[in-house]
Write a protein that binds this ligand. Structure first.
Ligand code: AMP
Length: 374
């Protein structure tokens, strides 16, 4: 029973976006104090937290203050500088650790980790020069995708290569640093699975979610994913294996490609709760945020049950005004608003979770609102 961070202790969150906000809701529900480090005044997490240090994530003094005032630290996104965090490890416990960050903020390390763990990934090569790109693409073939190894998200920092004519244009991406060339996976579905592990090695997985993207931004998640029982079981096995080999503490999101033949390839890891797991707030016995708080505070982990199938749909800046009206017209839909001051096109402003016993009918109902039409 050692190492338990009990209610009334303080959880410090690095990053004040919607993930931090939903972690803070779970933490407050359980009686914790919450502090947040984020440069934006009145950011989504600060609206829920007890206190806010308004400073950059890599501001060493501010991070030292967060550490000083907290009993445990967590991060809500992967682009935190691991070295900055390492400097406060003598002050406060950071159960997620920095190894997880180092792996997930670097696509090359992430792929190497997955490959070494025996998890199938698309064939890839490290690319540093245009010549190397021209050489590797001969082996990997077309289509393929060149990605920067650092800092990319939601499809940013990526170029698809369809033929040799695309090589020199794609090579411009190398100006941003080392890249990785990946074989294009002809997937039928993109799915994800969230997994939680604590320091005692207990592991608990969430149901598999089927994800629909538009312009590389998650639009909808459908749970349970419409895949075979075999794929569901395999995804769970992969999640448990990754959590175990990483000595994960907290929640990790795993994005997977599934082919028509039922083959699974791991695409990306997120060392934190993930957008495609938001459905768990209403649809599961414990949400991904509840499980994250339990894990970083050192508590036993329950098995997570799906209480009802669900569809989650994201509210981007361009959807916000109309989506908020659904509070009135669709009273059984759970409309979340992250409290962001400025709505921009493509910016995640909130999400809606709809519990349903008829996924197809619910998907149709979403279409009929005409809010998410491209
Ligand atoms: P990522 O930032 O790696 O998650 O990529 C963004 C999106 O691009 C993914 O959700 C896929 O839809 C697509 N994508 C990325 N890499 C591949 C790949 N190797 N094969 C097929 N689609 C990909």
């Amino acid at each position: 029973m050692s190492n338990i961070i009990k209610p009334k202790s303080t959880i410090g969150i690095i990053g004040g976006g919607q993930l931090g906000r939903m972690m803070a809701f779970s933490a407050k529900e359980r009686g914790y104090n919450v502090g947040v480090l984020d440069p934006t005044p009145n950011c989504p997490t600060a609206q829920v937290a007890d206190w806010h240090i308004e400073a950059a994530y890599d501001d060493a003094e501010a991070l030292a203050e967060l550490a000083e005032r907290s009993d445990v630290l967590t991060y809500e996104f992967e682009n935190v500088d691991a070295e900055t965090i390492e400097r406060v490890l003598n002050q406060v416990s950071v159960p997620q650790g920095t190894e997880l960050l180092l792996i997930t903020q670097n696509r090359l390390k992430e792929k190497e980790f997955l490959k070494n763990a025996g998890i199938p990934v698309a064939t890839y090569a490290k690319i540093e020069t245009e010549e190397a790109l021209a050489e590797s693409v001969k082996e990997i073939g077309y289509p393929s995708v060149l990605k920067t190894i650092r800092g990319g998200y939601d499809g940013k920092g990526q170029v698809v290569l369809k033929s040799a004519a695309d090589v020199s244009k794609a090579a411009e991406l190398l100006e941003n640093g080392i890249c990785i060339l990946e074989q294009w996976v002809a997937f039928e579905k993109e799915v994800s699975i969230m997994v939680t592990r604590n320091e005692r090695g207990q592991i608990s997985t969430f149901p598999v979610s089927e994800n629909i993207h538009e312009q590389n931004i998650l639009l909808k998640s459908i749970v349970p994913a419409r895949v075979s029982q075999k794929v569901t079981e395999e995804a769970k096995k992969i999640a448990e294996q990754i959590a175990d080999q990483m000595n994960l503490v907290g929640v990790l999101g795993i994005e997977l490609f599934v082919t028509a033949q039922g083959e699974i390839y791991a695409n990306e890891l997120a060392p934190r709760p993930h957008n495609s797991g938001h459905y768990s707030i209403e649809a599961c016995s414990d949400s991904q945020f509840d499980m994250h708080i339990r894990a970083i505070c050192g508590y036993n982990l329950p098995q997570v049950d799906l209480l009802r199938p669900a569809v989650m749909v994201n509210i981007l800046g361009e959807h916000l005004e109309q989506a908020l009206e659904l509070n009135e017209t669709k009273p059984v839909w759970h409309v979340h608003d992250y409290g962001k001051a400025v709505a921009k096109v493509g910016r995640k402003m909130g999400h809606i979770t709809i519990l349903t016993d008829d996924l197809e009918r619910t998907l149709k109902e979403i279409d009929q609102t005409a809010i998410w039409q491209s």
